[in-house]
Write a new protein. Structure first.
Length: 285
């Protein structure tokens, strides 16, 4: 009898300690949200990193449940995805894929991308920087595929496609091919381009259509023009094995006006050259 009572007391104490730690995690997280001092924020993150991952994740979930505005939820999602790349944190971010706010969902997608990726492919060229590596969290492809297919925001669906491409997972190409049926031309373009990273030419017709659209789009009125053009030109090089010269950086990122003008002219030339080649090349028809 005494032994049973002693076991119950120990269990009660363990639950009490867990709740105290969970409340402690939530308190630290709320302090992190309230302060803008970077040194203090780093110190608070360090405290959280010393705690068990499940307690940290529960602390974030607790804070998210209390958060009354999208800005706070977005801040929580950003901190969680950047600093706590664990399966417990991923579970919290997956829940945020259903958040009513577009920005919160986008931040959750980005956090999951950082946890699921096996490659680092910067810029429009998407050239691997170093060898592939193990993901921080396995098994996130279904959640990312669902976001790519169902999120109401075009930007978020494109972001989910980036994440899928970075997983290098065998299931990713099927999700990318599904996105070729998306109502958004931009989503279809990015799906087609990412498929070329898997040596998959299923989206070639979509890429050709996007190329012709670029010829009539006005870059001075279209902030997405050079982002779309850069990834399309690099992807066409990848899938055809041809090149008409290097694809420059986005002119909008250059601080040199003369250089930016040179890059703009180069983009115009490359788009025209690829269009002419595609019209001429029998195998491309």
């Amino acid at each position: 009898m005494r032994k049973a009572a002693f076991v119950c007391v120990l269990a009660w104490l363990a639950v009490g300690r867990a709740r105290a730690q969970e409340d402690g995690a939530a308190s630290i997280i709320e302090q992190h949200l309230r302060t803008s001092a970077e040194t203090t924020r780093r110190a608070l993150v360090a405290k959280l990193e010393a705690m068990p991952p499940d307690e940290v994740a529960r602390g974030f979930a607790q804070c998210l449940a209390r958060a009354g505005d999208a800005g706070s939820r977005n801040g929580l999602a950003e901190t969680l995805g950047r600093h706590f790349q664990t399966k417990e944190a991923a579970a919290v971010l997956r829940e945020l894929l259903a958040d009513p706010d577009e920005r919160v969902r986008g931040t959750a997608i980005h956090g999951l991308r950082m946890m699921a990726r096996r490659t680092d492919r910067p810029g429009h060229g998407r050239v691997p920087r170093g060898a592939d590596f193990a993901p921080k969290v396995e098994g996130l492809v279904p959640a990312l595929a669902a976001a790519a297919a169902k999120d109401a925001s075009e930007m978020n669906r494109v972001s989910a496609l980036y994440a899928l491409a970075d997983t290098r997972d065998a299931a990713a190409p099927a999700a990318l091919r599904s996105a070729l049926g998306d109502p958004s031309p931009r989503v279809r373009l990015f799906a087609a381009c990412f498929l070329t990273e898997y040596a998959d030419a299923t989206g070639l017709a979509e890429m050709r259509s996007a190329l012709e659209q670029l010829r009539v789009r006005a870059p001075e009125k279209d902030v997405q023009f050079y982002w779309d053009a850069g990834i399309l030109l690099a992807s066409m090089e990848r899938i055809t094995g041809k090149s008409f010269g290097p694809v420059p950086m986005n002119p909008g990122l250059s601080s040199d006006l003369a250089q930016a003008a040179e890059f703009e002219a180069r983009y115009k030339s490359l788009i025209a050259t690829w269009s002419a080649w595609w019209a001429w090349e029998p195998a491309a028809r």
